[in-house]
Design a protein around this ligand. Structure first.
Ligand code: COA
Length: 183
């Protein structure tokens, strides 16, 4: 078993889009009903090309196949696939604003093997190295336990409204970044 953590590129788009859809549909099934997932996959949950272009989105390959992905961002957009909240591209300022943690998805067969934790550590480290001392995210109900485990605090639970009025309960979480964690 050989795991490689690397930046995701355009060449990974097809594989990662499939991985994200599978991860969302299977690992979130106990938290969101199918009709909500039908709308959320591809809008709230999906690959954001902005993160690829910014070189802030990572994947973990095992034996040559992507099995997990996740990233961070220095832009305002908090969550979502291509086109969702598409105007939120403003650059956040280290020291004033929080970096965003974005779009963590692990392939169902590879859950609970520490891959999400490894990606999270890499993203926190990269955001900290870019000068950010605060980070925030819009977490799914499925993701909360992973983030709580790594020192993230619940700011508030609320409901995002997706296209067509579909309601997606989520949790805004925050963390103060330090240089202690990382790869
Ligand atoms: C949330 C997610 C990314 C976690 O990834 P993961 O690789 O399974 O997480 P890890 O193996 O690093 O978990 C580390 C710790 O977090 C906690 N944790 C993670 N997932 C958990 C779960 N489903 N239930 C309870 N605790 C969980 C546990 O403490 C775990 O340690 P343990 O396995 O030794 O008990 C993954 O379940 C996933 O892709 N979910 C679907 C997509 C999603 O909701 N992503 C979050 C978007 S904000």
């Amino acid at each position: 078993m050989s795991d490689i953590l690397r930046l995701a590129t355009e060449a990974d788009v097809i594989a990662l889009s499939a991985l994200i859809a599978r991860s969302a549909r299977e690992l979130q099934a106990e938290f969101y009903p199918p009709e909500v997932l039908d709308v959320a996959v591809g809008t709230a949950f999906g690959l954001d090309p902005m993160l690829l272009a910014d070189e802030t989105y990572y994947l973990i390959e095992r034996d040559g196949q992507p099995v997990a992905c996740g990233g961070w961002s220095f832009r305002a957009k908090t969550y979502g696939a291509a086109g969702h909240l598409a105007d939120a591209t403003a650059r956040m300022q280290p020291g004033r604003d929080a970096a965003r943690i974005r779009a963590f998805f692990v392939a169902p067969d590879y859950a609970r093997q520490g891959l999400g934790s490894r990606l999270l550590a890499a993203c926190e480290k990269a955001a900290h190295e870019a000068g950010f001392t605060e980070a925030e995210m819009v977490a799914t109900l499925a993701g909360e336990k992973l983030y709580s485990r790594h020192g993230w605090a619940v700011d508030r639970a609320y409901t995002e409204i997706l296209p067509g009025g579909t309601e997606l309960p989520v949790i805004r979480m925050t963390k103060r970044l330090s240089s202690r964690r990382g790869e």
